[in-house]
Ligand binder design. Sequence first.
Ligand SMILES: Nc1ncnc2c1ncn2[C@@H]1O[C@H](COP(=O)(O)OP(=O)(O)OP(=O)(O)O)[C@@H](O)[C@H]1O
Ligand SMILES: [Mg+2]
Length: 306
Amino acid sequence: MKILEAQGLCKTYRRGQQVVEAVRGVDLAIAPGQILAFLGPNGAGKTTTIKMIAGLIRPDAGTVAIAGRDPHREPDAVRQLGAVLEGNRNLYWRLTPMENLEYFGVLRGLTRQAARRQGRQLLERFELTGKRDAAVQNLSRGMQQKVAIAVALVHQPQLLLLDEPTLGLDVEATQTVKTLVREIAASGCAILLTTHQLDVAEELSDRVAIIRAGEVIAEQNTQELVRQFAGASYTVELEGELSAGQRSQLQAHGVLIQDPRLFVRGAEILYEILEIVRPVPIFQVKKDAADLTEVFLKLVQAPQDD
Ligand SMILES: Nc1ncnc2c1ncn2[C@@H]1O[C@H](COP(=O)(O)OP(=O)(O)OP(=O)(O)O)[C@@H](O)[C@H]1O
Ligand SMILES: [Mg+2]
């Protein structure tokens, strides 16, 4: 069973003469308790996709189902959804954490009493009880982020969308948010997480979807993705200049060239590559202990098909 099923999502922005195909046929699915890291370079289309899933912008094409219901057709579908979006518009800054929890709880269908009860529990769980009566604008950035996540959870949604939840947080607050995200998933909530902190993504996610220029170019179990690259990936560091002929030969072998480094995929071709490089001096050949950051860079920097 999937809590989120998004299929064929497309969105083109038009502003005067400018046409931006921000999202071009994105499919995403998340099961209960699963964390999907949705990664991609700036402008790849992550926030646009998340907003379409949240029912905030209408896709030009494609469908979204949250627990089987379409937020664009059935407004009630958003009751199964909590979202912490980019920027600071998730909370009322003049209200206290408790007032925010109550307000958003009622907005999403809870009784006032139920919203208060949930609010109290969340404040306790997020260790914010001491700040329940301070205006959100007077809290630290990390606390504000915790309040935003608490508010997103007040109606106990089955799907949580987190767009860069650790942006601008210090090491300790990042750690706290990571722990919370893990706990929320353990309680059965499906989580869609975008972040540029790939170590955070690697630690937290069960699966990764990588988007580039509006298209998902990889979607896989996180550890498998990393392992797949780790087994057969080498960095060759050169001490001299390659000729144009060598470069085109290397590229024909699928080698990614970032002077003075070459990224070689596959042990089978390593010797061939070294042969092509001859007589340029080699500083070192290193087998990559791949982590998600390296995998990500290789995928998003590889030449595009179209
Ligand atoms: N309201 C808008 N009007 C016009 N173009 C937009 C609008 N919002 C986003 N875009 C464009 O759509 C593309 C995708 O933007 P989006 O915000 O979805 O990317 P992102 O992956 O979230 O990037 P980041 O990592 O920087 O947050 C970009 O080229 C962006 O400039
Ligand atoms: Mg974004």
